[in-house]
Design a protein around this ligand. Sequence first.
Ligand code: MN
Length: 255
Amino acid sequence: MALEEYRKKRDFSKTPEPAGNVEKRAAKARFFCVQKHLASHLHYDFRLEHNGVLLSWAVPKGPSLDPKVKRLAMKVEDHPFDYGEFEGVIPEGYGAGIVMLWDRGTWTPEVDDVDAALKKGDLKFTLTGYKLKGSWVLVRTSGRYPGARGGAGDGSRSWLLIKHRDDWAGELDITEFAPLSVKSKGDFEDILGADTPAVWQTNRPAKGGDAGAMLATIIERAAKLKAKRVNTKDTKKKASTKRTTQSSKKSRKRT
Ligand code: MN
């Protein structure tokens, strides 16, 4: 069954993630999403609807709009269709951390037979999302790609996500440029703050010290991520202020 591995890894009495079903949908309407997932490592879960489930790849560095940049994408278990809109806190267990809906939209295969393309390890497709658009390809690697998790047998799980050259390609760092949720418009801290207290409270007593420690770590990391971004903005602001002051004595006196 398509969602067996997904369900095996989760205790749905303890996670707000949907248990989900294999959806029956018209073949044309294909959903895609990217979930930014702050867990033990920050990564981006890239998901394409196919045969009622979401084919999923974990992309450690996130998608790049630059065709020269190949991003490692580790194939992970299919996720339920309902998972595509999920945003929130996974308080414990598999994937514990914060999930942000970073992009969503529709995808169109550029091949006639998606299953054959997946089997071959070369799937070309077009994305129509808020952040990701145009033509892309997922290519399976032979396995020995730098950054891939080691161990024999893991090789077939390692793919590359690559942007094709078109009007939507460019050098803009999309993960830096557009870091926030397309669902709540917020950042990890906002999602953490807005998380349904009921879900959290119900499970909290059962969790013990480990989960609390995990959440504390996540909160700390979320804060660090934000600080890093604010600092980057400040640096940019200072840089432009500097240029202004150099060209104007008046503004130098003011500062
Ligand atoms: Mn993930």
